[in-house]
Design a protein around this ligand. Structure first.
Ligand SMILES: Cc1cc2nc3c(=O)[nH]c(=O)nc-3n(C[C@H](O)[C@H](O)[C@H](O)COP(=O)(O)O)c2cc1C
Length: 352
């Protein structure tokens, strides 16, 4: 370890998690599960075990769907059947045996789907507004979603809390609620996808109602010390999207998080250093309003991560693509070895 990476390798307690280092593995959908059953197999056990053995502080899993209608990509895993829970138990056991910690990212894609993924049913969304473009991996156009009724909204909130309960049964140390990137929760959050006139629609603070209800339901089940929430401006179907007034939006999100008593958040952006407003990046804006734990991500290099940790802008540095291409990422960083670049186009399974 060299002088410049002292903070990154420091142990830290974040909520209920005693982490060996101030690092986390970002949630990364890899589509390694059985497409029919949504169960993960031995290759996934080995994939996560290796990252835990390397000493990463916290593993946040790939997005794990909470119901059959939550599915937008082939071969994603689930946490809504007993056999899926049992399959994930093998992963959490392996990670714990290596001294690691692992939380499940619970996920509903909403309208970012088509009938080929959802058993012939229209995808669920806040409003019946179709996403533009073609679904990644399955290469099919998105289908027009069905506007969710109040009953359907309550049902999906229950599915989130049941998935959280299942995550604990599967041995996970907690959950991350996927409220980012243009998926269901973010569809409620965004003015582009949410034109509802009931209490789930309106101005930003009103549109955050669904997210707040999901968070409250999940906290009820797993506890506030085991609940992390991810949110973002950018969307998988609109990567350039940014809030019109970033600081105001951040402030509104933080108000909502405080209202439900949340302690840890994971704001997501593609480029950590991007200046959004008043010469501040996303994390500086968030820190201005939030004194809880912050997970920071977005093309982070080691120097930027170390600097942001030292300045207490973030509490944990999160790495995504470098952990796909480097199963022994931290060891290489410690030894000053060169990292393998991430090559998006190769068959990712070979990089397990
Ligand atoms: C292959 C791939 C799959 C991803 N899957 C997810 C996911 O399931 N859930 C999520 O919140 N973000 C997902 N992301 C975004 C990452 O978590 C992360 O925010 C992004 O890659 C930026 O971090 P990085 O620059 O360190 O890779 C994915 C990114 C990649 C490259």
């Amino acid at each position: 370890m060299n002088q410049t990476t002292t903070k990154l390798f420091e142990p830290v307690t974040i909520g209920a998690w005693e982490l060996r280092t101030r690092t986390a593995m970002a949630p990364l959908t890899r589509c390694f599960a059985d497409d029919e059953t949504g169960e993960v197999g031995p290759d996934v056990v080995e994939y996560y075990r290796k990252r835990a053995a390397d000493g990463i502080g916290l593993i946040i899993t790939e997005g794990i769907i909470i119901s059959p209608l939550a599915k937008g990509y082939p071969r994603v895993s689930g946490l809504y059947t007993q056999s899926q829970v049992e399959a994930w138990k093998k992963v959490t056991d392996a990670v714990h045996a290596e001294g690691g910690k692992i939380i499940a990212q619970i996920w509903h894609v909403g309208r970012i789907s088509h009938k080929g993924m959802t058993g012939g049913l229209a995808p669920q969304a806040p409003s019946a507004i179709k996403a533009e473009g073609i679904a990644a991996r399955s290469k099919k156009p998105y289908d027009e979603p069905k506007e969710m009724s109040s009953e359907e909204i309550q049902e999906v909130i229950k599915q989130f809390s049941q998935a959280a309960r299942n995550a604990i049964s599967a041995g996970f140390d907690g959950v991350e609620i996927h409220g980012a990137h243009g998926y269901l929760i973010d569809q409620f959050n965004s003015e582009i996808t949410n034109t509802r006139t009931d209490r789930y629609g309106g101005d930003l603070s009103q549109r955050l109602t669904f997210m707040k209800e999901v968070i409250a339901a999940v906290i009820d089940v797993v506890g506030v010390d085991r609940t992390l929430v991810r949110f973002s401006a950018h969307k998988v179907d609109n990567v350039d999207y940014m809030w019109e007034e970033p600081e105001k939006a951040v402030e509104t999100f933080i108000e909502a998080f405080k209202e439900v008593g949340l302690k840890m958040i994971h704001p997501s952006i593609l480029n950590f250093n991007r200046i959004l407003e008043n010469n501040m990046n996303l994390y500086e804006l968030v820190r201005k309003y939030w004194d809880g734990f912050i997970f920071g991500v977005g093309d982070l290099d080691i120097e930027t991560a170390e600097d942001a940790l030292n300045k207490e802008i973030i509490d944990v540095a999160v790495f995504g693509r470098p952990l796909i291409s480097n199963p022994v990422f931290l060891k290489k960083v410690r030894n000053g070895e060169e990292l393998e670049p991430y090559i998006g186009k190769v068959h990712l399974k070979t990089l397990v």
